[in-house]
Design a protein around this ligand. Sequence first.
Ligand code: NOJ
Length: 526
Amino acid sequence: MTWWRDAAIYQVYLRSFADGDGDGTGDIAGLESRLGYLRELGVDALWINPWYVSPMADGGYDVADYRAIDPAFGTLADAERLIEAAHRFGLRIIVDIVPNHASDQHPWFQQALRDGPGSPARERFHFRDETNNWQSRFGGPAWSRVEDGQWYLHLFDAAQPDLNWEHPDVRAEFPSVLRFWLDRGVDGFRIDVAARLVKQAGLPDKRGRIEGVPTFTDADDAPDKDRPEVHEIYRDWRLVLGEYGPDRVFVGEIWVRDPERFALYLRPDELHTAFNFEFLKCAWEAGAFREVIDRTLATHAKVGAPPTWVLSNHDVTRHVTRYGRKRSAFLKREHGVPTDLALGTRRARAAALLTMALPGGVYVYQGDELGLPEVFDLPDELREDPVFRRTGGLDLGRDGCRVPLPWGGDAPPFEFGKGGAWLPQPPEWRELTAARQLGDPDSMLSLYRLALRIRRGEPALGDGGMRWLDSEPGVIDFERDPGFRCVVNLTGHEIDVPPGEPLIASAALEGMRLPPDAAVWLRTSD
Ligand code: NOJ
């Protein structure tokens, strides 16, 4: 059994995790100082968002040097020390790799600007004299003009020019970057925008696009998505990883809906795992969850890859908030959407138990374990996400799920660091600090710690199979061998807890009744 088939992986959004030097931005020293917390939480590995040299036009997803650490986060020596320290704590390290685009400050792009139209340096990107109708995924056109009149393609911000994956330099660069970090002991890579590296030759117009409207809902066969040639890249990379033994892994960020196409990325000679966004997007409905779970298991079974279960990340509205809303407003990032946070929190507790009981691996986004909600009322001038700017504020952007963690104390910055915090934390987070929750057996943090501990010790959990049990509509009920059962109540009324010894429940079981929006794990006799 390989560790990644059922790992619990904690996502560290470094700039908002913990600040070691008091400048208001999280950093490697801050992370190192909290490794004990992560070990006690009970996760197996950390995925660290990009920590490379970057102008931070997109929170570090605009990389200017793939082989160096941004000074705001520390130094390469700090990174090496962190990797070693994490390993001593029994935590593996997955770093983010961003191959679809570089920063406009990357030396290749700077050279392309200097060398001018027709130069070999321009061929490493997509420079054209005329544009097509593609829109940036952050809103606005996907093309920006340089001084000499040529345009370059950027699927994201203008500061993130897309690399041309037909170019031999680009193809050769990334295996070398992988080796650079593998040599420093990292255990794997999360691949950013993994399905979009290769573009259809000639960059044809997209069909049915509406100018000016940002959209994350491209069809799978869009000319900048899921081109068959992209698989060659990952076969190539898999060989590189293989040279370092069987324990290093890839996890792909793959927003491809068609299960058949999604599964192709997980063939045994490509990526080990990929994020399961269909589950994340699923509203709070038993039938919808069951469908997604079935589809996920079937898709992964075909290629023998373990599924992953993800509730939140640094790109989506936090799930405490999502689950406190009507289905129609589920993922929206705008002011004034009615949200019941108490309900969202109850459901988030149940969802945590559901994800940790399902076959495969599970991701925890920093702050999930504290039950943090999305923050909408940030001052506009402090918002950094280009999505806010590029949509003219129609979409508030992703800053609200990136607010620095509250560690302790009664007032901001809640021991995030000795200085302030780069985004203001709501004063009410005094109730949600890690320190306060540690002392409360009913807190979200205590639930996560206990559930992760049980998950680690329970032979039925992690990799393997599961069986649905007959249940009334609105109940998710399944068993796993040996002797484990998970029941989640989405009916809106209390139900009987089935026979078995409760191992953990997301809400108090009064008289062996399971309240609505709650989950329980049971040990059953075989
Ligand atoms: C996906 C990342 O998760 C997101 O934060 C980023 O903005 C885009 N890719 C572009 O790199």
